[in-house]
Design a protein around this ligand. Structure first.
Ligand code: N7H
Length: 444
């Protein structure tokens, strides 16, 4: 089995609380920072084992990860064997398809973020207490560079991301940790955890059971997205206009908002399926009597969940990430609903996804999924038409994008999409070490 009491909880389990604060900081005084981290903060770092049982969950879960410049500042100079991590995300912006870095949060421009504290609780007041504790302990040892507060959406939208889709459905299964549900991707632990079986890279021994954390602040232009669906959905016989807009959205994601996979339910939502782990991953895009190289009658080749996990389109790709993001920002306001536009005048109205993905190799995980799959209009290869960009996250460097298979009645047609409705505000690559590595290597 895996040493679950030594692995930070967000990696395998996720914090799954109503509120989650990300606190990005730089380190001014490494010596003092280490001492306080070792003696006062490390005991509060939450393990996977603690998060697995409600009874052992702390009232505020705490995790901690470092960027390359953070480790260097702490004089931890071993090469972790991940060139993408070493360079940092700012250097990766163009490669990820971002149209430059003008939209990036100032803190992420460059390499001045040294680490991130992740704090999660069902109570914002308790997160505030934890934050005051950390800031009060470290005082001038750190400078807070940026914070982002994630929150579960209200009422029936709980668990849904800002466009309205149920999230957190499909994760890779590590059998040594939890048995797979039908259709779940089975991976070696070393695809997610450094130094475990299946991680082919040579690393320092202390890096074992850590994981690379790709963080992205992804703004979502919610009224604009729904406006596009309403304006561009092809008329479908038997469906009302709002129903055809729903269908177009479902074809862009590969799931209905409820989470039901369109591969099994191509023409209408199937209530109850999306939340049922026995059913919600039980599909692979292949269907008896249909040719997987031409069939988009079930799911478009470029649907978000097909671009990021091609299932039967590709034989056993080891490209997999553990996702642990949470929505941030307020609900759409009535003024935005009326105008159909996100309000750019007030940055408090920014909303989106605090995207978090864990993997043992960034070049095979987040970076690969974004660059080589979502952004590449030729992927999935070997189809009868050019698949097009991932309509949700695909980026074309600020230029318009294309989606094939949008029209269930004629899947050879392609639809032009605007440059984005998910806008990168930047991010950073971090390493989330094992708890023992924090205590015995990083903080000494
Ligand atoms: Fe995606 N969305 O609301 O449309 N994602 N995603 N994602 N995503 C998934 O299966 C979304 C992003 C993956 O194994 C669902 O949990 C949004 C990035 C992967 O079947 C929905 C944003 C990357 C999967 C969304 C966003 C990925 C996945 C279905 C940004 C990687 C699992 C629910 C704001 C580069 C695929 C679920 C599988 C699922 C949405 C970002 C990857 C609804 C809004 C940046 C691997």
């Amino acid at each position: 089995g895996l040493p679950l009491d030594n692995i930070q909880g967000d990696i395998l389990v996720g914090m799954k609380k109503h509120e989650q604060q990300f606190l990005f900081f730089s380190i001014n005084n490494p010596k003092s920072f280490k001492l306080k981290l070792r003696t006062l903060v490390a005991p509060f770092i939450t393990s996977a084992k603690q998060l697995m049982n409600v009874k052992t969950q702390p009232i505020v879960a705490l995790n901690l990860a470092f960027s390359q410049t953070g480790l260097t500042t702490l004089n931890v100079t071993d090469d972790l064997g991940d060139a993408v991590f070493t360079k940092g995300q700012f250097a990766d912006a163009t490669n990820l398809g971002d149209p430059g870095t003008d939209n990036w949060k100032p803190a992420f421009k460059g390499t001045s973020v040294h680490g991130v504290f992740l704090m999660a609780s069902d109570s914002k007041a308790l997160i505030d207490v934890m934050e005051l504790f950390l800031v009060g302990i470290f005082l001038k040892d750190i400078t807070v560079q940026h914070t982002l507060l994630g929150n579960v959406r209200p009422g029936s939208e709980a668990g849904h991301e800002m466009f309205g889709w149920l999230d957190g459905i499909a994760q890779p299964s590590i059998p040594a940790f939890q048995a797979p549900f039908p259709g779940q991707q089975v991976v070696d632990p070393g695809v997610i955890l450094v130094g475990e079986t299946g991680d082919p890279v040579t690393r320092p021994a202390w890096a074992k059971d850590g994981s690379f954390l790709a963080f992205r602040q992804l703004q979502q232009l919610v009224p604009e997205f729904h406006g596009f669906l309403n304006a561009s959905a092809p008329a479908v016989p038997g469906l009302t206009q709002p129903q055809s807009a729903d269908l177009l959205g479902a074809r862009m994601v590969g799931r209905w908002k409820s989470g039901a996979p369109i591969d099994n339910f191509p023409t209408a939502d199937a209530p109850g399926v999306g939340a049922d782990p026995m059913q919600n991953n039980n599909f692979n895009f292949a269907h008896d009597g249909f040719d997987i190289t031409t069939d988009q009658s079930h799911c478009p080749f470029d649907a978000h969940i097909r671009k990021t996990r091609p299932r039967a389109d590709l034989v056993a790709p080891a490209n997999s990430i553990m996702r642990s993001g949470i929505p941030y920002g307020p609900e759409v306001t009535s003024a935005e609903l009326v105008s159909g536009k996100s309000d750019p005048s007030d940055s408090k109205n920014e909303r989106g996804l605090a995207f978090v993905a864990y993997q043992a190799q960034l070049a095979k995980g987040f970076q690969f999924l974004q660059h080589s799959w979502a952004n590449n209009p030729n992927f999935v290869f070997g189809k009868n038409v050019k698949p097009g960009h991932d309509p949700i996250i695909g980026a074309n460097g600020g230029l318009p994008r294309n989606m094939s298979g949008f029209d269930i009645a004629d899947t050879t047609q392609s639809l032009q999409l605007p440059a984005d409705w998910i806008r990168s505000r930047g991010g950073e690559y971090f390493f989330s070490p094992s708890i023992s590595a924090i205590k015995t290597v990083i903080a000494v």
